[in-house]
Design a protein around this ligand. Structure first.
Ligand SMILES: C[S@@+](CC[C@H](N)C(=O)[O-])C[C@H]1O[C@@H](n2cnc3c(N)ncnc32)[C@H](O)[C@@H]1O
Length: 288
């Protein structure tokens, strides 16, 4: 029997993991291309652009900025509520279908498909690059971040909104116990042992592992990836398709030589909200 509870978490920056990561990336790309209802499910968040303080903060930072890029734009819902931004807006996504639909819906904006790890835009071509709940779905988060920064001109603004999974000590894409569902649901189904193991997994084992990883990361970065997200087997639920165990401090460690971080509205617990400007000189780009 496959032991699904095993934590198959590996660092995206270690060359030893290249084969398993490449294979996961192919599976994720197919998942996004072929999950018919995925984009309808995630679209339930579109009202956030009107009501949510962090989304409203992103909007306020776009101001008069001339050239705006959204990475992993989904249905480009910012334009649904703020169509005036369209002539200054470029969005990119994995899904061919969404790129076509977005293009018909917002002809004044431009949309491009992402293939592989390189974003489809020229160096230094953007005044703002922002991304909302995307990095946790990437298999190579460090390449994703480097690409976002490549697009930015010096002085340009980078905005990232995503969960803080490692910080919170959990990731929704991890198998818990021996079957689908919460401990409470399993208890109701009479799966007592499974329910107890699920509780131990979510309250003790996984938070403990996250603490160890955070300590090991320290002032550096490792970008841990869950190689076995439950989305391939379980029904859709938010972040069943999360791959990266997002971690605020690690992202900052990785980018600190290239960005000046600004203070922002405090995000709620378990959420990362980062706003930064690209430094003029990137000569000594990466920390060792
Ligand atoms: C939860 S959705 C968020 C979509 C959109 N930003 C929104 O808020 O509605 C995650 C998105 O990440 C995209 N995605 C996954 N991996 C990606 C990658 N490596 N680069 C860019 N986008 C990616 C998926 O296609 C999907 O649209």
């Amino acid at each position: 029997m496959i032991n699904r509870r095993r934590l198959q978490w590996v660092s995206a920056v270690s060359p030893n993991n290249e084969t398993v990561l490449a294979s996961l990336q192919v599976k994720m790309a197919n998942y996004y291309a072929n999950s018919a209802f995925y984009y309808e499910e995630i679209d339930s968040t579109n009202g956030n652009w009107v009501t949510h303080p962090l989304y409203k903060d992103i909007l306020s930072r776009l101001g008069e900025k001339l050239d705006i890029v959204e990475v992993g734009c989904g249905a480009a819902n910012i334009l649904l509520h703020h169509p005036d931004l369209a002539p200054r807006y470029r969005g990119c996504e994995f899904s061919t279908q969404l790129i076509q639909e977005n293009g018909s819906k917002y002809p004044a904006a431009t949309f491009k498909q992402i293939t592989g790890n390189r974003l489809p835009y020229a160096d230094g071509s953007a005044d703002v690059v922002f991304s909302v709940f995307v990095i946790e779905h990437t298999v190579y988060p460090h390449l994703f971040l480097s690409e976002c920064l490549r697009l930015l001109r010096p002085g340009g603004t980078f905005i990232l909104l995503c969960p803080d999974f490692l910080g919170k000590g959990m990731i929704p894409s991890q198998y818990l116990g021996y079957s689908y569902g919460t401990g409470r649901e399993k208890m109701k189904r009479g799966r007592i042992i499974d329910a107890i193991i699920t509780g131990i997994d979510s309250k003790v084992r996984i938070p403990g592992k996250c603490e160890k990883l955070k300590k090991a990361i320290g002032d550096s970065f490792a970008f841990y990836i869950n190689l076995a997200p439950v989305c391939f087997e379980y029904p859709f639920a938010a972040d069943h398709d999360a791959t990266y165990l997002t971690y605020d401090k690690e992202i900052k460690n990785y980018l600190r030589n290239e960005l000046n971080f600004e203070s922002t509205l405090p995000a709620q617990d378990g959420i990362i909200y980062m706003v930064a400007s690209k430094k003029d000189s990137t000569a000594d780009a990466r920390p060792n």
